[in-house]
Write a protein that binds this ligand. Structure first.
Ligand SMILES: [Fe+2]
Ligand SMILES: [Fe+2]
Length: 196
């Protein structure tokens, strides 16, 4: 695909809004959006687990599981931190929001109890699974390395979901309500982080 021709490159950029950096190749808008939202999302995930560990870190059963998942989230985040630089993507401007909201969601559900914490994990990871699957579909052969990375992370997010299901997520009182609210919040966060 060739870059869209307009009278002025500046007018083109202005019309496109606060998108990619100028002078970047075609297809960059998609990559810019993918890298931005995934970077923000993995940061949010790291903060969710930090919030859960702050409350449940000493739990003999859940503590090690939470730390295992947090380590994988840290690897996911590192990968997207690298990609933000390599792909010249604009990071989300809402970083302070993801910092606070992620921790609050993790700690808040953990305070409701271990099962609610697991219900939070299941809800978030189910949304991320759909989100990563959709992104992988959008990426062609020319973006195979990024697509493979997303698929690898997606498999690990599904492992996190399974850990949650194995540890009583669905036995949380009010599971459907809690899960529905967290999913709606996660989808709203994705929508926002793709754009802002
Ligand atoms: Fe992750
Ligand atoms: Fe995860």
């Amino acid at each position: 695909m060739s870059r869209r021709k307009t009278a002025s490159p500046k007018a083109d950029r202005d019309a496109a809004g606060p998108g990619p950096l100028p002078g970047t190749p075609t297809g960059h808008r998609l990559i810019d959006r993918i890298v931005r939202v995934d970077h923000a999302g993995e940061y949010g995930a790291k903060r969710i687990y930090e919030g859960q560990i702050a409350v449940l870190g000493d739990d003999p059963e859940l503590g090690p599981l939470l730390r295992h998942m947090a380590e994988q989230e840290a690897e996911h985040l590192q990968a997207f931190e690298k990609l933000i630089v390599e792909r010249r993507a604009r990071p989300s401007l809402l970083h302070p929001l993801w910092h606070v909201a992620g921790f609050a969601l993790g700690a808040g559900t953990a305070l409701l109890g271990p099962r609610a914490a697991m219900a939070c994990t299941v809800a978030v990871e189910e949304v991320i699974d759909e989100h990563y699957a959709h992104q992988a579909e959008q990426l062609g052969e020319d973006e195979k390395p990024l697509r493979d990375k997303i698929e690898k992370f997606r498999a690990e997010e599904l492992e996190h979901r399974d850990i949650g299901l194995d540890h009583g997520a669905e036995r949380t009182p009010g599971y459907r309500l809690l899960s529905g609210a967290i999913k709606a919040g996660s989808r709203a966060a994705i929508w926002l982080a793709e754009r802002v």
